[in-house]
Design a protein around this ligand. Structure first.
Ligand SMILES: [Zn+2]
Length: 454
């Protein structure tokens, strides 16, 4: 019944033992470590005991005091590490809660954001295009490290989305009052829950399609999961099902029950996620230098990944958007004006999102102001109005009339030479005539920090 599980990554390794009591676990660990130490000494090697950490795992809602059983290795005593232990950048809590891990990730991402924010200020620096690339290339992987297998709680998801909204406002110069759904389109940054879903599903594909002889994680899948090869490493996962007296057993990977409160073991969750991608359970082997695969396998693998990307993209596009946003840049692309300088580019999303300095774009702080255009006094001052305001007709001389087409699917918003020329014309008209500028009468070139602050 007792099974020892050991895994290692380069020079880090872990030993796990299960039994009925923490005291017995401590003794089992001592036996194991002494065995390994003796083997290493035979090779003239030694371990750094100071870096050794001990953790007594417990169940999610297990009450009672925590064990203080220590482990003695070569005369040194290793005390339990408390409730958190760090392993390869994962902060694992003794009861499997993921919130401490994601809180750490969030503060790391916030620290990184704080440093890169000044590379692109509201009025100068990197273009929104460059800012968006930093967000996707640095902030997102920092924030979601571990989300491949650890599941963030709903509260944690909310916190991460709040941070992600701040990032999107930074990319676009959008006002704080901007609707967050609109914000995600304007910044071309999908919401966090979709990023998490994509990461989790892609990881599941990667793990179940690897050859179990080559990847220890794949070799830890439930034996009933139909990988091409049956090879598995010895783990103690079985104990969670067989020896779980009195507690709630984990849900198996193939269970389709939706009513139960049971949760799955991480590898069962991976298997269950894979079923959503390969419903007929024909699991291909992915092409690699170690695995010669059939053309059918290679195709099925590539198709599965492409299918996930398309599904997530569709979920995002099919959200409940204002009709203006029915047209969207193609998959993975962004709006053409995002390549313009930050200050220039920022005018556009503000006006399109109806949260700008234009009189008709009010929010809670100025909802009583007169919405009429100050230049002509005939109509509410909206984006659609400023491109045809009679008081600015002479200012439009010399511009091709197409530059003022701001309809949702207009060429003006599309990537390519034609669109870029149009949007540049529009922006030069907007800036040249101080449209959507903050202080009436005065000259104040940048968006005020107070309007963006979060
Ligand atoms: Zn007007």
């Amino acid at each position: 019944m007792r099974e020892v599980f050991t895994s290692s990554y380069v020079d880090d390794f872990q030993i796990k033992v299960p039994s009925n009591t923490w005291e017995r676990n401590a003794r089992l660990l001592e036996d194991q470590t002494n065995m390994i130490v003796a083997r290493a000494q035979g090779l003239g090697l030694s371990f750094s005991i100071a870096k050794t950490e001990l953790m007594h795992w417990r169940k999610r809602r297990e009450g009672g005091p925590r064990s203080d059983s220590a482990v003695k290795i070569q005369g040194h005593t290793v005390e339990p590490a408390g409730t958190l232990v760090r392993w390869l950048g994962y902060w694992l809590s003794d009861n499997g809660e993921t919130t401490p891990h994601f809180n750490k990730r969030l503060s790391l991402a916030q620290a990184a954001f704080w440093r890169i924010q000044r590379l692109s200020m509201p009025g100068k620096g990197l273009s929104p295009y460059g800012a968006r690339r930093l967000a996707k290339g640095i902030l997102l992987p920092t924030l979601l490290y571990g989300a491949e297998v650890l599941v963030p709680s709903r509260t944690m998801m909310g916190k991460m989305q709040k941070f992600w909204n701040r990032v999107a406002r930074w990319v676009t110069n959008a006002f704080y009052s901007t609707n967050v759904t609109v914000l995600s389109v304007e910044a071309c940054l999908a919401p966090i829950d979709l990023h998490v879903e994509q990461m989790k599903t892609m990881t599941a594909i990667r793990l179940v399609t690897a050859a179990p002889e080559n990847k220890v994680a794949t070799a830890m899948l439930p034996i009933t999961f139909p990988t091409k090869e049956d090879f598995r490493v010895v783990t103690n996962r079985r104990l969670a099902f067989d020896e779980n007296m009195g507690g709630m057993r984990p849900k198996t990977w193939s269970s389709v029950a939706t009513t139960t409160q049971q949760s799955r073991l991480p590898m069962d969750e991976v298997a269950a996620t894979a079923v959503t991608v390969f419903p007929d359970l024909k699991i291909p082997v992915k092409p690699s230098r170690l695995a010669q695969v059939t053309p059918e396998d290679a195709e099925s693998y590539v198709k599965a990944k492409e299918g996930v990307r398309k599904r997530i993209w569709k979920k995002w596009v099919d959200w409940d958007y204002p009709p203006y946003y029915e047209y969207r840049p193609i998959f993975r692309d962004c709006w053409n004006f995002m390549t313009l300088a930050k200050f220039q580019a920022g005018r556009i999303p503000q006006m399109r999102a109806h949260k700008s300095y234009l009189n008709a774009h009010t929010d809670w702080s100025n909802q009583d102001r007169d919405v009429t255009c100050g230049r002509c006094g005939t109509e509410p001052e909206t984006l659609e109005h400023v491109v045809k305001c009679p008081a600015l007709s002479s200012a439009r001389w010399g511009y091709p009339p197409d530059d003022f087409d701001v309809a949702p699917a207009s060429e003006t918003w599309k990537r390519g030479k034609k669109g870029l020329a149009r949007v540049k014309g529009l922006v030069s008209y907007v800036i040249g005539n101080r449209i959507n500028f903050p202080v009436r009468g005065g000259f104040f070139p940048f968006t005020r920090n107070a309007d963006l602050a979060s």
